[in-house]
Design a protein around this ligand. Sequence first.
Ligand code: MRU
Length: 346
Amino acid sequence: VTADLPVPPVLPLAWQGDAEDGTLALLDQTLLPGRELVLLRRTTAEVVDDIRRLAVRGAPLLGLAGAYGLVLAAREARDDAQLRAKADSLARARPTAVNLARAVKGALADARVRSAPPPRRGAVLLEIARRLEAEERAACDAIARHGALALGGLRRVLTHCNAGALVTPGLGTALAPLYALHHRGARIHVWVDETRPLLQGLRLTAYELGKAGVPHAVLADGAAAGLMRRGLVDAAIVGADRVCANGDVVNKVGTYGVALACRHHGVPFFVAAPRSTFDAATPTGAEVEIEERVGDGTRYLAPGTAVADSPTTEPAFDVTPAALVSAFVTPLGTFAPTELPPALFA
Ligand code: MRU
């Protein structure tokens, strides 16, 4: 922690102990804001289930859950085939955020893991997970500083979904610059899209901004364009689950609509992301598997609000074309979509 940045308002994940008998502590994000329950996980299957049911969520945190989940997998696996199968179940637990599969596959392919004798593998995997955690924390700090500069005097800032301390080991991605500015005394006001259907804005972004004392107001997703029309939004900033090679952004469903409304109203639209989210292997957004969470909430606001047999379509993410992004805020600096440096994709 340095003087220009605050302490993160919440810690969503922590490994406790050594590789042989440590546990992965996860804040159950399905219960927030009502209940702060920390889950202590000792098996791969538990972590896979936590990822699937969104107890742990958000691109960078999914990567970390995968990396620490592998430590548990190494402890359980009796041979290489079992370790690979368990790694596979972690990597596939959610498809859209590139961070998860990348962290799991990257750790498993690491030369030190491959050359370690099986009893040492867990310890090496734990080292790799801890390093990833430190890198992601440092990325948050860099994004906080670059983003604070990029926002300049823009004070009324809209965000969609939750890309804050709850999805990283630090200050977050999209929210990090806002925490930095607030900490330095700027009169920041955050417009929080509620983020239908699973309400990551209403439940999670409002929770962590509230803990940090950052002034904010939650709005229905459908209200954002109208606020822009009334001149009440100076900028928008969101996170990303994947940034494709051409700069297309995959993020929580509804992000595309925010970007379109921003373009129409001349409001700058920023995307904040660490290097682990930039994916050179996916040329454009059209190639990304968009997770469908059928039955996860579009239909039911409260008992009796939906016609029981009306079909729904429930994409969890959408693609915002690169051309709608004013700038990417990254640990390496702030870049126009046409000027993303290759180092971000390395
Ligand atoms: O389905 P979720 O809650 O995992 O979706 C999260 C998002 O879409 C975030 O905006 C994204 O992961 C970026 S988090 C830095």
